[in-house]
Design a protein around this ligand. Structure first.
Ligand code: GLC
Length: 557
């Protein structure tokens, strides 16, 4: 065990329901902190910065690590060649065990990213499987015979399924005279979950990580684990807008969301549930809030992407929250604005509203994110208002971004994966070497050290908002009631639990706006936080004058 005495209060915080009441912070390990000077972040770097996350820092509850397993890196870690080991690029097995101990000592839970839909083509299973139609691994992947031969005798793919990263989903393997299926890169063959031996091997691997003290998992693209066993071609959609990607021109009827998936995921969840307080969150690969709600359950969350897709507009947020309420009901949702696949929200939301001051949008959106109903997932760097980084084409690492197809260019995910700037020094406290992705142009001034000394900064705002949420049961677990007060540019809602009420009033535009708090019910209402360090207060008549892009959080009394 670690020699660090755990802070009892934080360890006990939220009990076994921590995943519901707490806050999860996503670390992209390659971009967090590099301790060996090779330009790539590592586990030791994460350990060095756990205090940024724990009770002496942001005060979050769980850390989700994007994949840490050995990988040839074609999909930057999402192509795994050994699911039970640590990538030597990131550290040793002992580094990982130390990370778990050190995180636990700070009351932080550790969530691993499990990539179980596919493996790397370098995985021992696939290396064996591709060689022959016989043998123990022959049926570990989705192999199918060619549909026929073209005029030149070339094998034709078994059906019309496509890769999300472009091109056919089928790759021919001469050694078997068969095709294997891949939703992502050719280097990421899809495993055959319908083979019970595969399921057993996957669940054994899951148990291995749980035995090492892991508290939960994020499940990569979990709703595509199962395909229709017959693998028919997907229906082609017609009359679509110009520029629609080939992928979106199909109805993905047979290659995702199969009716027997809930039974499969229940078998996985039963293992996680053997110890109270463990959790999982499924990554929905395509699909709306209905699918997310239907696959969520008591201890298990499922992402839904409506918030990520929504522009920064009060009207859009009002409609979205009403829809979310109607669909989720009592089911517990997630609240996410950014992750390693999306444009960073400081950039994305500001651009969507034509606002240049990305910090003002970062502060206002943080106040909404951390007061909505659901488990917030933060993405490293958003707490200092990091923006998308422009990466020139020659430097692009994200593989699909290097492919250009007719009428469709993949968004370069390197832009949201730039290294964390910790300081203003050369290398920004991230590395002494050459960073694997370039820093943003503003890293000399936008870094953790500077914002830590500046209470009104984005970091100061995140710290205050997190502390506020952690201290109020209405914000952590309360129901959400939306209020139609203020003008078109205002979003307002009340969170209520245990006899406590919290009112949130958000002005989405740069112009000031005045809101009559009367319809919020008996006051007086007192500001307790928000996007600004000095939140505006209502006057004696209950009229609240909000500054541009100001969110005020109020308590009764
Ligand atoms: C998920 C990951 C993404 C990855 C893909 C394939 O969507 O979030 O980064 O490329 O799965 O594993």
């Amino acid at each position: 065990m670690s020699d660090i005495t755990p802070p009892a209060s934080s360890l006990a915080r939220h009990g076994t329901q921590w995943w519901r009441e707490g806050i999860v912070y996503q670390v992209y390990p390659r971009s967090y902190a590099d301790t060996d000077g090779n330009g790539v972040g590592d586990l030791a770097g994460i350990i060095e910065h756990l205090d940024h996350l724990g009770p002496d820092g942001l005060g979050v509850d769980g850390v989700w690590l994007s994949p840490i397993y050995p990988s040839p890196g074609f999909d930057v870690g999402y192509d795994v060649s050994d699911h039970s080991a640590v990538d030597p690029l990131l550290g040793t097995e002992e580094d990982f065990d130390r990370l778990v101990r050190e995180a636990h000592a700070r009351g932080l839970r550790v969530i691993l990213d499990l990539v179980m839909n596919h493996t790397s083509d370098q995985h021992a299973w696939f290396q064996a499987s591709r060689q022959s139609r016989e043998g123990p691994y022959a049926d570990f992947y989705l192999w199918r015979d060619p549909a026929g031969r073209d005029a030149d005798g070339n094998p034709l793919p078994p059906n019309n399924w496509l890769s999300f990263f472009g091109g056919s989903a089928w790759e021919y393997e001469p050694a078997r005279d068969q095709f294997y299926m891949h939703t992502f890169l050719v280097e990421q063959p899809e495993v055959n979950w319908r083979n019970p031996v595969v399921e057993e091997a996957q669940l054994k691997m899951v148990r291995g990580w749980l035995d090492r003290g892991v508290d939960g998992f994020r499940l990569d693209v979990f709703n595509i684990f199962l395909k229709d066993p017959e693998m028919p071609s997907n229906p082609e959609l017609e009359d679509l807008a110009e520029g629609t990607s080939a992928w979106d021109r199909q109805e993905h009827k047979y290659d995702r969301d199969q009716p027997d998936f809930p039974e499969l995921i229940a078998r996985f969840r039963a293992i996680v549930d053997e110890v109270p307080g463990r959790m999982s969150v499924g990554e929905l690969f395509y699909g709306g809030p209905e699918t997310s709600a239907s696959l969520s359950n008591q201890n298990h969350l499922v992402f839904d992407w409506e918030l990520v897709r929504a522009p920064w507009s009060a009207a859009e947020y009002r409609a979205l929250l009403d829809r979310r309420q109607a669909i989720f009901g009592d089911t517990w949702p997630t609240v996410v604005l950014s992750n390693h696949d999306q444009s960073r929200h400081a950039s994305r939301l500001s651009a969507s509203a034509g606002i240049d001051d990305t910090d003002a949008v970062a502060r206002a959106s943080a106040a909404v994110l951390l007061t909505l109903r659901g488990t917030p997932f933060l993405y490293y760097g958003e707490e200092i208002g990091l923006r998308d980084v422009e990466v020139p084409f020659e430097e692009i690492i994200d593989p699909p971004a290097r492919r250009v197809e007719a009428g469709w260019v993949w968004w370069n995910r390197d832009g949201c994966r730039s290294p964390m700037p910790w300081t203003g020094e050369p290398g920004h406290g991230f590395t002494t070497g050459r960073p694997w992705i370039r820093f943003g142009d503003d890293a000399d001034t936008r870094h953790v050290a500077a914002q830590a000394l500046d209470p009104p900064s984005v970091l100061g705002t995140y710290k205050r908002l997190i502390a506020l949420r952690q201290g109020r049961s209405s914000l952590r677990r309360g129901a959400l009631r939306r209020l139609d007060i203020g003008g078109d540019d205002v979003l307002a809602y009340i969170r209520e639990a245990d006899g406590e009420a919290t009112l949130v009033v958000a002005n989405f535009v740069q112009q000031p706006s005045t809101v009559d708090l009367g319809p919020a019910g008996d006051g007086p209402w007192r500001p307790i936080g928000g996007s600004h360090q000095d939140p505006s207060a209502p006057d004696a008549d209950g009229s609240l004058a909000l500054r541009g892009l100001e969110v005020v959080i109020l308590a009764r009394g």
